[in-house]
Design a protein around this ligand. Structure first.
Ligand SMILES: [Cu+2]
Length: 115
């Protein structure tokens, strides 16, 4: 898997790589979300009911993933996902889910779930 990069140019290339993986991953219903450089990548995830989302921490510090719908928590990873650890969640309902890192409140994103 890709490693953390400190160079903005490489970060851009990483984002492109995630988009490619995203498209390829559609077939098996698994969407990959990178946690890298203190952001969820991509920050907005288009999903469908029945998809599995797999978050992978590529940073060298721990992160977590907490998902909420209409202000109510719907999923939560372990408190500290270490480097290269992943968290998988099944998307079972349409609507919008906001995501945030439980350790770094500035790390946010959203999942837009189509039926
Ligand atoms: Cu974090």
């Amino acid at each position: 898997m890709r490693r953390r990069s400190l160079r903005p140019m490489k970060a851009t290339l990483s984002a492109f790589a995630v988009c490619v993986a995203f498209s390829d991953a559609r077939a098996d219903g698994a969407l990959h979300v990178a946690i890298e450089n203190f952001v969820f990548d991509p920050p907005t995830i288009a999903a469908r009911v029945g998809d599995h989302l797999i978050f992978v921490n590529h940073d060298e510090v721990p992160h977590s993933v907490v998902g909420s719908r209409d202000g109510a928590e719907v999923f939560r990873s372990v408190e500290q996902m270490d480097t290269d650890e992943s968290f998988e969640v099944l998307i079972d309902r349409p609507g919008e889910i906001t995501i945030v890192c439980g350790l770094h409140g500035s790390m946010t994103g959203k999942i837009v779930v189509e039926p």
